[in-house]
Write a protein that binds this ligand. Structure first.
Ligand code: DLL
Length: 430
């Protein structure tokens, strides 16, 4: 099923023609209106007329997280203040948030791309969409809310948390699609199990859109099994509209990045140089349609690769592999590079292990992986689980090359996360 078939199936040549024209417009726009880019262009000695092909993209400067914060609140605006319609923010771990402005056209485009994404998974106007993302400054809920309304779904703006009420809403209004973070999805699956709700028998759920933070294929399976539905990976970031940037289609294999709205590059995060097609590196994106706050070559810090083969669904927009973490997420433990996703993969694939975990780094260079046991089969004791603990520590060592301490906890012991989970606590005194 398509929302906008002509655009979604444009030939590569047509798509690239459209991209070049939109890139040139964007470059002219920022060159005439945004002092930050004017200065960057002067430093690199580039002018809008130097951008004659898509390959010329590499002449343009990168934009970083730090640039956004340094220009807070409105330094990167390319429209008049009066022409802005909506503000979102994205909070990082430290310091000022990033402020993201939307014009009327930006608001509409963001909803349009969500509608396109939802329909690509098989959603129709008959679906009931329960939105469990946080409503507020976060893009996750509002942007998808309007996208689902555009498709004609009944939208339930539930927000996250209060799982008992979530289930009542699902039962009373016949929810078929949910939008949820992976951490809350895992929690909700446990909650249903604990309360004897059998989703296949008691609910009408068909699909879940899961994103906003990295997760593994093993987590997808756990959510699918626990909630009795299909999980579609959804990727986006506030700097590029929020959700609806890249989305899985009915094939559930790789996320189509909407290339009529965004140019993508995969670079080596250390050197900034482009990587060969299919190699894993940092995703860099340039907005092609954003009016209020266009961004050139934005360093997302997200690590992924492009799937180098066309999708059987017929969409020509290229697919991204699962985001395996952020380049700045990487932990270095005793000199070894470790991504939290590697740990999650092992945990979620181990029978008897539950869905909530925490990675704690402390002391000189010690890692403890705290993980809850699965609800099913748990008899109130953790003492006699030595065997499982040893096996898990060994499996983790095989994956991350250093042996962490493993602490098994009764179900429900770790803090619940409804939004983005904080999985790593680093208190090392290095
Ligand atoms: O998280 C937008 C969003 C909301 C996407 C709901 C999908 C669903 P930010 O708060 O700006 O925006 O955070 C963006 O979250 O750079 C990634 O590091 C991470 N992220 C988002 N989606 C995924 C995903 C929203 N599917 C940052 N897989 C991004 C892995 C993801 N990481």
């Amino acid at each position: 099923m398509f929302w906008d078939q002509p655009v979604e199936t444009l030939s590569r040549a047509e798509l690239e023609r459209l991209q070049l024209q939109r890139l040139q417009d964007t470059v002219r726009r920022v060159a005439s209106r945004v002092p930050f880019y004017q200065q960057k262009f002067a430093e690199l000695n580039v002018k809008p007329e130097n951008i004659r092909s898509l390959a010329d993209l590499r002449k343009l400067p990168f934009t970083t997280n730090t640039d956004l914060r340094a220009n807070y609140p409105a330094g990167l605006l390319a429209v008049l203040y009066d022409e802005t319609l909506r503000l979102h923010t994205s909070s990082g771990t430290t310091g000022k948030p990033k402020a993201l402005f939307f014009s009327r056209r930006d608001v509409d485009n963001a909803a349009e791309l969500c509608a396109r994404s939802f329909v690509a998974t098989g959603v129709t106007n008959k679906d009931v969409f329960q939105n469990m993302m946080t409503y507020g400054m976060f893009t996750g809920a509002l942007v998808t809310h309007y996208g689902a309304e555009k498709v004609g779904c009944l939208v339930i703006p539930a927000g996250p948390g209060n799982s008992e009420r979530q289930i009542l809403l699902m039962q009373d209004f016949g929810t078929t699609v949910i939008h949820i973070t992976p951490s809350y999805g895992l929690y909700l699956a446990t909650f249903l199990e604990k309360h004897g709700v059998n989703p296949r028998r008691d609910l009408k759920l068909r699909k879940a859109f899961v994103g906003a933070e990295p997760y593994t294929e093993e987590t997808r399976l756990k959510i699918e099994q626990g909630l009795g539905l299909d999980v579609y990976n959804s990727y986006g970031l506030s700097e590029m509209n929020g959700p609806g940037v890249a989305f899985e289609c009915e094939q559930k294999y790789g996320m189509h990045l909407w290339e009529d709205h965004f140019l993508m590059e995969i670079i080596d995060p250390q050197t900034g140089e482009p990587l060969p097609n299919g190699e894993r590196g940092e995703l860099v994106m340039t907005t092609l349609c954003r009016e209020a706050m266009p961004l050139l070559r934005y360093r997302t810090r997200d690590m992924t690769s492009i799937i180098p083969i066309p999708c059987p669904c017929g969409r020509t927009h290229r697919r991204l592999n699962r985001i395996t973490g952020r380049s700045d997420d990487m932990l270095i433990l005793r000199g070894v590079n470790i991504y939290p996703q590697q740990i999650e993969r092992v945990l979620m694939a181990t029978p008897g292990i539950g869905r909530n975990y925490l990675i704690q780094l402390e002391g000189l260079d010690e890692m403890t992986v705290k993980v809850e046991l699965a609800e099913a089969g748990f008899d109130g004791q953790v003492g006699h689980l030595l065997d499982l603990q040893t096996r898990l520590a060994e499996n983790l060592r095989a994956e991350i090359l250093v042996k962490p301490r493993v602490q098994l906890l009764p179900p429900g012991e770790l803090p619940i996360s409804e939004g983005k989970a904080k999985r790593v606590i680093d208190n090392r005194k290095l």
